[in-house]
Design a protein around this ligand. Sequence first.
Ligand SMILES: Cc1cc2nc3c(=O)[nH]c(=O)nc-3n(C[C@H](O)[C@H](O)[C@H](O)COP(=O)(O)OP(=O)(O)OC[C@H]3O[C@@H](n4cnc5c(N)ncnc54)[C@H](O)[C@@H]3O)c2cc1C
Length: 490
Amino acid sequence: MAKEQRDLSTNKAKIAVVGGGIAGSTIALYLSEIGLDITLFEKGPSLVNGPPVCHLHAGGNLYREISDQQCVTLLKESIDLIRFYPDAIDHRPTVIAVPTDDSGSPKELYSRLNMLQAEYTALIDVDEKNRVLGESSDYFRLYEREEIEALKNEKVVDEPTQMDHWMIPVAKNIDLEKVQFPLIMVQEYGLNLFRLASSATLTLNEKENCQVLLEHKVTDLTKSEEDESWLVKYRHKGTIEQDSFDFLINAAGFRTGDLDNMLGFERERFVEFKAAYVSQWEGCDSTWPEVIFYGERGTPKGMAQFTPYPGGYFQLHGMTKEITLFEDGLVKSSQQDAQPQLKTKFIEKIENEWDPSDIKRRSESAIEHLAQYIPAFDSAKVVSKPLYGAQQIPGLDADLRAANVSFVDEYYARCEIVKASSVLSMADTITRQLITLGYVDESVHKRRGFSTMEELDRGVISRQAESLCRARDYPVALTQRSAAAHHMSA
Ligand SMILES: Cc1cc2nc3c(=O)[nH]c(=O)nc-3n(C[C@H](O)[C@H](O)[C@H](O)COP(=O)(O)OP(=O)(O)OC[C@H]3O[C@@H](n4cnc5c(N)ncnc54)[C@H](O)[C@@H]3O)c2cc1C
């Protein structure tokens, strides 16, 4: 039977989502919320277990090299994501410091920050519920050296409620000779991987119209010549089975190209292997903001990122080849192969274990990199394996950060997120396509505010997040949020 002959108005379309990372799980959840019939295939034992996330890029201020337009998109998308996954957000601001030996200056950032503040104000004017980053007048604040020197003498505040409170540990601990002034505090919050995994898992478990198939690896895809449906072959516990679907969503993360290859579709994309490191700073009892020290990517001065968790735990990135980036870690697809081929040493790390000496060397380099700016941090210890994985970047621009869905066939959508925040824009684009195809009603487009997520019990989310974290062998502090106020006033 040809597709045109099917009754597409009865919501009976069968939709397959391949890949249960942030993209696949969120899109499966979104589409099931609007009443569609979803089957989610994930080859691993749990959902949202791909490369890590820790920053919600609400304004893209970590990236000087991207366009203003991408920053605005990241701001809007992040606000949407906070509203969708309220319990996955770590409410702490980000401090941006430009090192004295960096070629840039804080002044160069002002016009973008002002523009983002105006955009945030406009978003609140459109919908009051968008006020999720605090008051727009507090979106960012500049701190001159005299103010930082004054904050050095203040007592640390366990539960910060004001921007000044957050700045106290920074003032007391960073080497003020190594940074330019002003320092910038911006309301870019954290995104908690384990709480997001927990929220998505618990909500999907409640959905009768979404079948979550864990440990089901898709091994082949074909398009039926008879009725143009997608035939999905999958392996589960050593047995190969198959099913057919009307619409196919490829959310296979850095493996998206493998699925394109199964279908014979060409695609230009990058894949990049990267890692972040987990440390504990004994004796650190302050509630820190995120701190970013800018630097040129890929050089020994690459950007240093200091991401706090309760209990003195810090996740560290250093955009140098000895820390977060890797020699040959960025690979590109070719005309013959839509899947960029990472070297075996990276695949080994993703699929098996890291060499312990590699963990020690790179984690210690990360601690040393941050201790250039926060001298007392040199006493920090490595406490677990790194958080790592391969990130996909669609297209030809390796600096792209805000990506959207691509279609090669009107019944086949690829969701190649670079940053987690893009996932709801992708859900909107797919919904638009499903409306065009007649599977859902126009009224569901850009729907927000689903009750299932809002009704989740906070304690249950925390317990599920801890259980996922333990099963993956990371310290449970990585699931916890600081006891900070949601909204800060200046
Ligand atoms: C070190 C590092 C730090 C990062 N930090 C941030 C950050 O702070 N903020 C941010 O927004 N982003 C960050 N990113 C990027 C972010 O991690 C990714 O964009 C995101 O995790 C990708 O999610 P995904 O769902 O597309 O892919 P994945 O999480 O990789 O999910 C794809 C899923 O598909 C499954 N799969 C693949 N093939 C098949 C198959 N054949 N059958 C069944 N299942 C299959 C996989 O098992 C996997 O679970 C970071 C990336 C790295 C590497």
